[in-house]
Design a binder for this molecule. Structure first.
Ligand SMILES: NC(=O)c1ccc[n+]([C@@H]2O[C@H](COP(=O)([O-])OP(=O)(O)OC[C@H]3O[C@@H](n4cnc5c(N)ncnc54)[C@H](O)[C@@H]3O)[C@@H](O)[C@H]2O)c1
Length: 263
């Protein structure tokens, strides 16, 4: 029996990347998984993989930046499984441009998805948590929210806001037995970075292979453990925070970054 046996976990952006890793670890720990994603193709593929491993799964279309869509997705999950115990606000975007090239759209999308998305989803899930006597929320922020990075002010500011909203929600929902924490991933080689122009250090190399070299150089220079993180590393931290072992931890933001940031 896993640590999360019998629990219902909803993971936004669970179709690929870090969200897929989180869904995989929570399923391995015995949870039933609701994948709420704007991209149904990846969501269905990941759900099929989890189901093949024996997990109960449910896929629902969701745009976390839209309050009505968030509410519909939570309602659909509750209709399917009877309740939701765990909400992982993982869906996030980095925008399309770096530095001086960043547009108003880059700012808007980062705030709409990375900040308001957390609020929309948590607000939708809260009444169901109240009804069942409690719940667990984990927000996927970033070490980019710990310290600003040149070239990504919109993304870094939105992730600092994700850390802040984690504390506000923990204060507000704690008396209702709802723990709210954040995980701050370090560097993971996911589609998010592969799709961004340039990359860390505002390098303007267009080819993915060069991006990978920049990524590796960054780790070599800045990461004490000298290795990239994996989606499952983030999933393991989430699994701990939503487990009974973490019942008295709330309002915290845990770096999972090989030591890149130590505050
Ligand atoms: N990759 C990294 O190095 C890194 C580091 C720190 C933090 N993070 C954070 O981790 C989270 C996941 O990142 P990733 O690297 O797996 O990214 P990704 O782009 O590979 O995956 C993001 C997922 O979110 C979904 N999504 C995007 N917008 C959505 C919306 N409006 N509503 C619902 N779903 C939406 C996508 O369809 C996708 O499945 C993000 O919050 C990101 O900011 C990533």
């Amino acid at each position: 029996m896993g640590r999360l046996s019998g629990r219902i976990a909803m993971v936004t952006g669970g179709g690929r990347g870090i969200g897929q890793g989180i869904s995989t670890v929570l399923a391995r720990e015995g949870a039933s998984i609701v994948i709420a994603d704007i991209d149904l193709v990846n969501a269905e593929r990941t759900a099929a993989e989890l189901a093949a491993g024996g997990a109960a799964t449910f896929v629902v279309h969701c745009d976390v930046s839209d309050a009505a869509s968030a509410a519909d997705a939570v309602s659909a999950a509750v209709s399917r499984f009877g309740r939701v115990d765990i909400l992982v606000n993982n869906a996030g975007v980095v925008g399309s441009h770096l530095g001086a090239g960043a547009t108003e759209d880059d700012w808007d999308v980062c705030y709409e998805v990375n900040v308001k998305g957390i609020w929309n989803m948590t607000r939708a899930a809260a009444p169901h948590f109240f009804e069942s006597g409690g719940g667990r929320v984990v927000n996927i922020a970033s070490i980019a929210g710990r310290k600003g990075t040149g070239g990504l002010p919109h993304y870094c500011a939105s992730k600092a806001a994700a850390i802040s909203i984690t504390q506000s929600l923990a204060q507000e929902l704690g008396p209702r037995n709802i723990n709210v924490n954040a995980v701050c991933p370090g560097l993971l080689w996911t589609d998010m970075w592969r799709n961004l122009e340039g990359m860390i250090g505002a390098n303007d190399t267009p080819e993915v292979v060069e991006r990978r070299q920049i990524f590796e150089r960054y780790l070599e220079t800045n990461c004490p453990l000298r290795r990239e993180q994996t989606p499952e590393d983030i999933g393991e931290a989430v699994a701990f925070l939503v487990s009974d072992a973490a019942r008295n931890i709330t309002g915290q933001s845990l770096n999972v970054d090989g030591g890149i940031e130590m505050n």
